[in-house]
Design a binder for this molecule. Structure first.
Ligand SMILES: *[C@@H]1O[C@H](CO)[C@@H](O)[C@H](O)[C@H]1NC(C)=O
Ligand SMILES: *[C@@H]1O[C@H](CO)[C@@H](O)[C@H](O)[C@H]1NC(C)=O
Ligand SMILES: *[C@@H]1O[C@H](CO)[C@@H](O)[C@H](O)[C@H]1NC(C)=O
Ligand SMILES: *[C@@H]1O[C@H](CO)[C@@H](O)[C@H](O)[C@H]1NC(C)=O
Ligand SMILES: *[C@@H]1O[C@H](CO)[C@@H](O)[C@H](O)[C@H]1NC(C)=O
Length: 413
């Protein structure tokens, strides 16, 4: 029944759009593709300056991906700045999000200051149905979003001249409705589009009890970078702030009121938010040889965290104890580095559990592709599949450029 409603909504939305409307959907599925065998989907966006597309891939029962289709977001992305910012145009993690409970996907359109939402098809998770038109992000250059556990709230952080957070209610029939008086400024001195990674937010998340919103903010990039004084902005009844060098992605530490924050200034930081004196409030841990650890994720199967460095193309695995003591898990005794991915240039990464196994889905910017890794337990990360995006995009006439791609979210069910 719901599917029928959504078909109707999608066609209404497309007739309302202007005559220059880009193609709504571009198929990228191989001939004879059968969605009966899919267990979930992975989503990233092309983030092209004109016509941002969300690209969905089907996840099979073996954890592997099959490209499915590109859906027009109704908005625009932004191109990457020249080197040294030659990938990661949004300077963020969390530009695409998926809700397990709400069965929907959301993405930011940084070039048009909007947020788009899509219902995930009941029968085929790689099939997305846009819900209405994109809504205003409540600021400029939105670069990260978060969805609550119940799947009925979305909050967005804006990075541009008008920066700060804004929140929305979500439901399948109306999509996003702004929550009155939910806009909070970060008071950053920024431009639209943003001028480099300094003074930009990196990621927005909810605290474990969902009573606070937390945003990591990078300050000026000065040398030595360890003293760059970025911080976490925390909103609730009592405003708060915690300092770090260059706080980037935020990954909650399960079972604790604590966060792992990737930090290209040092390696990673851990923030203990439970207010007890038993543990340090902030712990910064250097990772030898790291250049740009900007993304992070967690695997329930291994119980470990994974830090992703776009410049060295190395993924580092970290074991964090209850005490917040942490150690880097060596891939093997002979391997000084952790998991090298050659020259892939990994960015946004999401972990999905398929059956009893965890798989890691990584957007690889320098290779213009997707890399699937099998977690296999602690210390056992291996590359399972590499997908090239250039040839399939060319065949489908979809504009894509590895310097601009951004975001990664997964959905199982
Ligand atoms: C969906 O959201 C809209 C706008 O907030 C609201 O008017 C409507 O009642 C909601 N529908 C349901 C089924 O909750
Ligand atoms: C904001 O940044 C611009 C460009 O760097 C600078 O000229 C200006 O003084 C800054 N404004 C404030 C209030 O710091
Ligand atoms: C950012 O702005 C400053 C001062 O306005 C300028 O010198 C610099 O080139 C800009 N950086 C980028 C990456 O555009
Ligand atoms: C944490 O590490 C410190 C220093 O390595 C050590 O002294 C301490 O005993 C450890 N704490 C726990 C609970 O493992
Ligand atoms: C991708 O974008 C970069 C930077 O704008 C440009 O130099 C390059 O030619 C583009 N590549 C393709 C295949 O269009």
């Amino acid at each position: 029944m719901k599917i029928f409603t959504l078909f109707t909504l999608a066609s209404v939305a497309s007739t309302v759009l202007a005559s220059t409307t880009p193609i709504e959907r571009i198929s990228m599925a191989p001939k004879g593709f059968n969605s009966d065998f899919t267990v979930g989907a992975a989503y990233f966006m092309t983030n092209e300056a004109s016509d941002n597309y969300l690209v969905s891939s089907s996840i099979g029962s073996d954890g592997k991906l099959t490209l499915y289709e590109a859906v027009y977001t109704g908005g625009n992305g932004v191109p990457a700045l020249p080197p040294p910012f030659d990938t990661d145009p949004l300077f963020s993690q969390g530009s695409v999000g998926a809700s397990q409970a709400g069965r929907f996907v959301a993405n930011v359109n940084a070039g048009s200051n909007t947020v788009s939402v899509y219902a995930i098809d009941i029968f085929n998770p790689a099939q997305l149905w846009p819900i209405g038109k994109p809504v205003s992000s409540g600021g400029e250059f939105p670069n990260s979003l978060v969805i609550n556990k119940a799947g009925n709230r979305v909050c967005v952080v804006n990075a541009g001249a008008v920066n700060g957070v804004s929140c929305y209610k979500f439901n399948w029939s109306h999509g996003l409705t702004p929550i009155p008086n939910s806009i909070r400024s970060l008071q950053l001195n920024q431009t639209t589009p943003v001028n480099g990674s300094a003074s930009t937010p990196s990621q927005i998340i909810f605290s474990a009890d969902e009573k606070q919103l937390i945003v990591s903010v990078k300050k000026q990039l000065i040398v030595p970078v360890e003293t760059a004084h970025g911080y976490l902005a925390i909103w609730d009844i009592n405003a708060d702030a915690r300092s770090a060098a260059v706080p980037f992605s935020i990954t909650p530490i399960p079972g604790q009121n604590a966060l792992l924050v990737s930090d290209p200034g040092v390696g990673y930081d851990m923030f203990n938010l439970d207010g007890t004196k038993a543990k340090a409030a902030t712990i910064s841990v250097p990772v030898a040889g790291q250049v740009a650890i900007c993304w992070s994720t967690y695997s329930p199967e291994s119980g470990n965290f994974y830090l992703i460095d776009v410049e060295t193309s190395i993924i580092s695995e970290v074991d964090i104890a209850k005490s917040l003591n942490s150690t880097i898990v060596k891939a093997s005794a002979s391997s000084k580095v952790q998991y090298p991915l050659g020259t892939d240039g990994p960015l946004d990464t999401a972990v999905a559990t398929v059956g009893k196994n965890d798989f890691m889905y990584t957007l690889v910017a320098k290779a213009t592709g997707l890399t699937v890794l099998s977690v296999g337990g602690p210390g056992k990360l291996t590359v399972l599949q590499r997908i090239d995006l250039v040839a399939p995009a060319k065949a489908a006439k979809l504009a894509i450029n590895g310097t601009n791609v951004q975001g990664m979210a997964t959905f199982i069910g």
